[in-house]
Design a protein around this ligand. Structure first.
Ligand SMILES: [Fe+2]
Length: 260
């Protein structure tokens, strides 16, 4: 299993506070079957418009990542640890030319919308990124407070060239009923390209449980594509394979999410 959304670089964002928390997070990841990961500290797109500020921040992330990677090499041999960022689109045209901002130095970039809400003209921003040669991967589309439940907006993002990454915890209702319903609806529409953890190095890691939930809903093949095949392709700079729509009608997890 390959996970490419987490906050495990110590002391740079709201994820791991120190190397001990990073270590515990890596242990949890390995215990749940993760063989490679890209960890993705938060950065604001607007920081890329202020090169001095960006340079200072990236130097801090560089140091934290080196500590993380050194510890991983010593204590978790065989676990591949790469870096990227989760870029907040708080400006319409962030400068993503520094490869450290992208996922493992590929042309793929993990992006999120500010204030957990979809801004006006989100599709245009995504399209512009694509036109600059980047492959935007929208983090947790199911979690935005104003996400369009008809999924028309998500379909438009995919049409203009974005890929969608759902959080494992959403499938289990960990981000609320609404996010859970949208996550499952996206899967039933065949619109999800990747499943990742967005683990912040505390609390439970829900990867294995989310995969089990997906398999229980008849999604074994989808789980393989979402957590193994497509992230591996991303690391090779390749676009994801299409993920077939989940066929089975809503059952246990949907009933759970709908419980008042
Ligand atoms: Fe995140």
């Amino acid at each position: 299993m390959i996970d490419f959304h987490s906050h495990l670089v110590p002391g740079v964002d709201d994820g791991a506070a120190d190397l001990d928390q990073s270590r515990e997070a890596l242990a949890a990841m390995r215990a749940q079957g993760v063989t490679a990961l890209v960890t993705t500290p938060h950065v604001r797109g607007s920081q890329t418009e202020r090169p001095d500020e960006l340079g200072a921040f990236l130097a801090q992330v560089d140091a934290g990542f080196e500590a993380l990677r050194g510890m991983a090499a010593d204590e978790f041999p065989g676990l591949r640890v790469e870096r990227g960022h989760e870029v907040m689109l708080d400006t319409p045209r962030p400068d993503l030319s520094d490869p450290r901002l992208r996922l493992a130095g590929t042309s793929f970039v993990l992006v999120e919308f500010p204030f957990m809400a979809v801004p006006p003209h989100a599709s245009q921003v995504i399209f512009d990124l694509k036109m600059q040669g980047w492959q935007p991967v929208i983090a947790h589309p199911e979690r935005y407070s104003n996400v369009d439940p008809t999924l028309a907006e998500a379909a438009e993002w995919r049409r203009v060239g974005a890929y969608l990454q759902v959080n494992g915890g959403s499938l289990l209702g960990r981000y609320g009923k609404g996010a859970g319903e949208v996550a499952w609806d996206l899967l039933r529409s065949g619109m999800v390209d990747y499943l990742s953890s967005d683990y912040h190095a505390r609390g439970s890691l829900w990867i294995a449980e989310a995969v089990a939930a997906l398999v229980a809903e008849g999604g074994a093949e989808q789980a393989r594509l979402l957590t193994e095949v497509n992230p591996a392709r991303m690391l090779d700079g390749q676009p994801p394979e299409p993920v077939p729509a989940l066929q089975r009608p809503p059952s246990f997890w949907r009933r759970l999410l709908r419980r008042p």
